[in-house]
Design a protein around this ligand. Structure first.
Ligand code: FAD
Length: 480
């Protein structure tokens, strides 16, 4: 596997370079730049012949990581691309925005910085796009069976691509005007530029997948009539219901769900006119929530020219490195520092918002915040007597998502949901309604792109089996 002595010769890890902060916050182009090919090869050569490559299982897609590190080192990019695409439909997405659970599973990571697996992935993906290795893969036969996929996020796209290639006639319905789900209107361009999504849509169209944007199932077409028209339906609608903060003052002007802000910004970056766009220019911005969504608001607000950007996190600050007492790989999200956090702003930990305070015009002017206290039962509450004010004229709620939208799915098709707000499903990804499957955030709860793609592939295998009686499609993960 790669250079057997590579990790001894090159103990230093070298990641993708990023554009300098003062330059990159002037635009919405990607923060990270292409790594030099020679550096990628040297870094790939650090992949050890470690016997049991835990990175395989750390990656929900089961990516063949040591294989492609070896091929990179040998300068065999076309074969590396072939091997990468065997397990991942969209490596240019995950190579850019995955928190890389593979790297926290890397055996080298026990004693040295882990192999730069994400850099290897994005480098293969970019070389493949540039050199034209990625072409439409046409089905070898048509089955005559039809599948409707509702939602064009990474889960829906992966399922649709697998099923189209297996010979089924697949239609993807999307209520947004553009395709891609959160890849399009959630994740900002500075993390992933949208021409990459456009490329994959074009590839899928050439393979035979049909797309119907601006079509909401449940409104434009009912769920039950969709079920009647297709042999199988896949619900890939995401987990878009945002968690609210019903404290006094919530109704004041200037308080928005993070996704309202991000969607509008993404549309503006795409060149759309956005009337009365929520804009952070010259504003004191406060973001509630310290996850991916909050980080994307930080980066967007800086690019909009905010006067200040403050993140309030209800919990404690997390370690940024694996503690010495912890020998096992940890959830990569624990360590993740988004590029946006390097661009400025302040994070206040253990801060619980108890009230929004308004001005005479009904707009927010400050937040009343108390210290978080941890109770014996594990709950967290504001500590009385510790309240203070934090000035704000724009507030974004990035407090996570409570699940998938239920109303029309339940009303029109009687699909059941779990107590956690996800579409209920069995081990075959099928809901309680025969022939209706669910995949990605809709069935799992808000998660990651890599899980969405992995589930899309696995659910496609189950749908193929349902339609044909057997399948040869891979199923990398089981539903949880
Ligand atoms: P989605 O991407 O949510 O797509 C669902 C689609 O279904 C949407 O386009 C929606 O419009 C459509 N839809 C819904 N209802 C209907 C209907 N009735 N009819 C037609 N269409 C419908 N993950 C990472 O791995 N890395 C990151 O850096 C990262 N950053 C994130 C940043 C933000 C702001 C957010 C919100 C999430 C982020 N995530 C990230 C999570 C990741 O984006 C999701 O886990 C992933 O997109 C889920 O894919 P999906 O296909 O299940 O759903």
């Amino acid at each position: 596997m790669a250079d057997p002595r590579g990790f001894l010769k090159h103990p230093q890890r070298q990641d993708r370079p990023s554009r300098p902060v003062p330059v990159r916050i002037m635009d919405f182009h990607e923060v990270y730049e292409r790594q030099e090919k020679g550096v990628v090869q040297t870094q790939a050569s650090r992949c050890m012949d470690c016997g049991i490559p835990f990175c395989h299982t750390g990656c929900p897609l089961g990516n063949l990581i040591p294989d492609w590190n070896d091929l990179i080192w040998r300068d065999q990019w076309e074969e590396a691309s072939r091997r990468l695409h065997m397990t991942n439909n969209f490596p240019e997405f995950t190579g850019r925005i995955c928190p890389a659970p593979c790297e926290t599973s890397c055996v080298l990571g026990i004693n040295q910085p882990a192999v730069t697996i994400k850099q290897s992935e994005v480098s293969i993906a970019d070389e493949a796009l540039e050199r034209g290795y990625v072409e439409p893969v046409l089905p070898q036969r048509l089955t005559g069976k039809t599948v409707a996929v509702v939602g064009s996020g990474p889960a829906g796209l992966a399922a649709a691509q697998q099923l189209t290639r297996a010979g089924h006639t697949v239609a993807v319905y999307e209520r947004d005007d553009r395709l891609g789900g959160l890849l399009r209107y959630g994740i900002p361009d500075f993390k992933m530029e949208k021409h990459l999504v456009d490329f994959r849509i074009e590839q899928m169209q050439a393979e035979g997948t049909r797309f119907y944007p601006s079509t909401e199932i449940g409104a434009d077409i009912s769920w039950d009539s969709l079920r009647e028209s297709y042999d199988a339906v896949i619900v890939a609608t995401g987990a878009m219901v945002p968690r609210d903060l019903p404290v006094p003052g919530r109704g004041l002007g200037g308080i928005h769900f993070a996704m309202e802000y991000l969607v509008q910004s993404n549309k503006a970056v795409a060149g759309d006119e956005v009337p009365e766009q929520i804009h952070a220019k010259d504003k004191h911005v406060v973001i509630l929530g310290g996850g991916d969504t909050g980080a994307d608001c930080i980066g967007t607000a800086h690019r909009h020219g905010a006067k200040s950007v403050t993140t309030l996190a209800i919990g404690k600050e997390l370690p940024r490195e694996r503690p010495e007492t912890e020998p096992w790989p940890m959830d990569p999200r624990v360590f993740e520092v988004s590029s946006a956090h390097e661009e400025g702003g302040e994070v206040k930990w253990l801060a619980s918002t108890v009230e929004f305070l308004g001005d005479e015009n009904g707009n927010v002017r400050a937040l009343k915040v108390a210290e978080t206290q941890y109770n014996e039962d594990g709950s967290r509450t504001p500590k009385p007597g510790t309240e203070r004010e934090i000035p704000a004229d724009l507030v974004f709620l990035a407090l996570g998502f409570t699940g998938a939208e239920q109303e029309t799915l339940t009303g029109q098709l009687d699909v059941q949901f779990t107590k956690r707000g996800a579409v209920d499903r069995g081990m075959d990804y099928q809901t309680n309604v025969e022939g209706v499957f669910t995949v990605g955030d809709a069935g799992r709860g808000a998660s990651l792109v890599v899980w969405a793609i992995a589930e899309g592939r696995a659910a496609a295998a189950k749908v193929d089996e349902y339609l044909e009686g057997s399948t040869r499609l891979p199923a990398p993960v089981k539903p949880t």
